[in-house]
Design a protein around this ligand. Structure first.
Ligand code: DHB
Length: 390
């Protein structure tokens, strides 16, 4: 096989890149080790920045997000038993959309299929060769056929356990890590919405996030130990934990049968540079953020936009500058999002070794955000997505 851009990974980043390239007349082949059903069945985060929504709609992927997603003009920060609204529309004139990542994947996969895109799910034995010269990608397809793709460029959009990331030689790369002493316990529950907007709650018992999926299914998380085992948690124990973190002062969570539970460990990680020779890394292959603030998917889509601009001008304008500066341009936003996700996480979670000082200091920090238009505007601008300087 031969193509211009070989893409590893058919998550939102890989498929979006393939879609944008096709519109610009650039060929690609996407290979993915998971099956379509595997990806469609994985529960992921649910918040899209306005820029992500605009890209989905304006590039012709789908306008389902506008029809079936929910526009959110703010969030609630809840601490010390009281809710404080952060009004995105008023503060920065923007909104976010609640639209699950799984649906973003389904829309992109359907669009690629309808446009005749070459996307191969369920492949095995993938390996990437000669990224410093003429790249080749080997793989076995779901029917057992063995293939080699020759391509001008290889893009690693293959997630946090990327097989492309280690191809950047150790002597030329830097890996930045930060570990957190907590994880999220996530559930799906059959219950009506408890609130019109998302609630990010800080309490003496730890963090909780009340999110949503549909009229009848809700998504919620509470901070837990990274070694927590879901087997020890029945519905009563889970609801008691949520009540102790969000109920009070007239607010009561609507409860119902829990249909899914999982522990989600997390960390902050960046691998630089995001380019080596003719290999480019996008999304979780290059960086992961803690989930607080839901930046992961949005950041991956931003990488794709920056890389697409570079590839488009390389092929269609014979201008190579944008491609050569991909890594630095993408990393600008990556580090802003690292800072924001770290800040939202430490702002709202309670460390196991919290003492009276750290607890009172944290309430001081939360107060300094909600009592200041500048503090709230910082949060609103980051949460809804910074304007793109490029
Ligand atoms: C969701 C996840 C997040 O990490 C977040 O900050 C907001 C919402 C979600 O799954 O709905």
């Amino acid at each position: 096989l031969s193509t211009q851009v070989a893409i590893l990974g058919a998550g939102p980043a890989g498929l979006m890149l393939s879609h944008l390239l096709a519109r610009a007349g650039v060929e690609s082949i996407v290979i993915e080790v998971r099956t379509h059903q595997d990806i469609a069945g994985t529960v992921r985060a649910g918040i899209l920045e306005h820029g992500t929504v605009n890209l989905l709609v304006d590039s012709g992927v789908s306008d389902r997000v506008l029809l079936e997603g929910d526009r959110h003009d703010g969030i609630e920060l809840r601490f010390h038993g009281e809710s404080h609204r952060v009004d995105f529309k008023d503060l920065v004139g923007e909104s976010v959309w609640l639209y699950p990542q799984t649906d973003v994947f389904l829309d992109l996969a359907a669009r690629r299929a309808a446009d005749g895109g070459d996307v191969r799910y369920g492949v095995t034995d993938t390996s990437v060769h000669d990224v410093e010269g003429s790249p080749k990608v080997w793989f076995t397809d779901s029917e057992g056929g063995e293939f080699e793709i020759r391509a001008d460029f290889v893009v690693g959009a293959d997630g946090s356990r990327s097989s492309c990331r280690p191809l950047v030689p150790e002597a030329q790369r830097t890996w930045y890590f930060h570990e957190y002493p907590f994880a999220w316990f996530g559930i799906l529950a059959e219950a009506p919405r408890s609130s019109d907007e998302l609630i990010y709650a800080n309490s003496a018992n730890g963090f909780a996030l009340i999110s949503q999926r549909t009229e009848t299914v809700q998504r919620m998380y509470f901070q837990c130990d990274p070694r927590e085992d879901v087997a020890g948690w029945d519905d009563d124990r889970i609801w008691a934990e949520f009540r102790g973190r969000v109920n009070g002062n007239g607010f009561e969570l609507k409860e119902g049968p829990i249909i899914s539970k999982m522990v989600l460990p997390f960390r902050s990680f960046v691998s630089t540079p995001m380019r080596h020779g003719n290999l480019f890394l996008v999304g979780d292959a290059a960086h992961t953020v803690p989930p607080t603030g839901a930046k992961g998917l949005n950041l991956a889509i931003h990488d794709v936009q920056v890389l697409f601009e570079g590839l488009d001008s390389h092929y269609n304008a014979r201008s190579h500058h944008l491609l050569e500066t991909y890594s630095d341009r993408a990393l600008d936003r990556v580090w802003k999002a690292q800072q924001f996700s770290y800040w939202m996480t430490t702002l709202l979670h309670t460390p196991a070794d919290a003492n009276d000082f750290s607890r009172a200091r944290q309430l001081g920090e939360l107060n300094s955000v909600v009592s200041s238009r500048h503090g709230m505007a910082y949060l609103a601008e980051a949460y809804t997505g910074w304007p793109d300087p490029h």
